[in-house]
Design a protein around this ligand. Structure first.
Ligand code: ZN
Ligand code: ZN
Length: 246
């Protein structure tokens, strides 16, 4: 069990950026929730408040099974910090990816760790290498793999078919797992927090054997394959440890 008061600096080489330490957190009653810059001032992302995106990203038809997920608290500065770390790659039109680590307490996930693994990137792909380093940190810190984050340096904000297959692996491990896409050059939507719909999107990906970029047939009942997450809470009081392994 990951106690509330537990805190220590990661001692792996390359770790840095302990942002904030809350000795007793989450604080009793988080009284205000501050979204990162560019996010409407609400505590949650919902399909209704997320900036305009492709219609297939809408959560308005969110299946019933997706509505009973545990909340995920995310540091209000995670996305901004990740974009800073990615900026060199982004300027070269290369993707950057990171892994999110969380602990579960009283039925809520708290994303406390961002791991930037060694990786190989192109303008539309990012492949982690030496994953054993990621697993070792997750084990040391008792972190749950709650999702991942990556940039689309020149593409719009959406989940590609390859992204959906990556997301499937995360969601099999943790049903609440999210895929965050940061699209700094998308003028209509700078980021999205996505998940595969349950059960339809998960079924499509489970049955798909294709590799590389390809298309997926939409579920016959009209449900989108993936959707915006509605269970994300931006929490300005949550600490964030960043471990850049590159
Ligand atoms: Zn992508
Ligand atoms: Zn596929």
């Amino acid at each position: 069990m990951f106690g509330f008061a537990k805190f220590h600096v990661l001692n792996c080489v390359g770790c840095w950026g302990v942002r904030a330490v809350a000795k007793s957190f989450p604080p009793p009653g988080i009284s205000f929730l501050q979204p990162p810059p560019g996010v409407p001032e609400v505590s949650r992302i919902t399909g209704a408040v997320a900036v305009d995106g492709p219609s297939h990203c809408s959560s308005s038809s969110q299946p019933e099974a997706s509505k009973h997920l545990k909340d995920i608290h995310v540091s209000a500065r995670l996305m901004e910090d990740f974009l800073d770390l990615a900026s060199d790659n982004t300027s070269k039109n290369l993707e950057t990816c990171g892994v999110l680590g969380a602990f579960l307490e009283s039925g809520t996930f708290y994303v406390t760790n961002l791991i930037i693994p060694k990786q190989e990137s192109t303008s539309n792909s990012c492949q982690t290498v030496n994953e054993v380093e990621i697993y070792s940190i997750q084990n040391e810190e008792s972190l749950l793999p709650i999702g991942w984050i990556h940039t689309h340096p020149s593409q719009s904000c959406f989940m590609s078919s390859v992204d959906l297959h990556t997301q499937y692996i995360y969601q099999v491990m943790v049903p609440e797992a999210v895929g965050i896409v940061m699209a700094p050059t998308d003028t209509s939507r700078k980021f999205g927090v996505f998940r595969l719909s349950e059960p339809d999107g998960m079924r499509v990906l489970k049955e798909c054997q294709e590799k590389g970029f390809h298309s997926h047939a939409e579920p016959a009942n009209g449900t989108p394959i993936y959707e915006d997450c509605s269970n994300i809470v931006f929490n300005p009081n949550l600490r964030l440890e960043i471990c850049d392994l590159r």
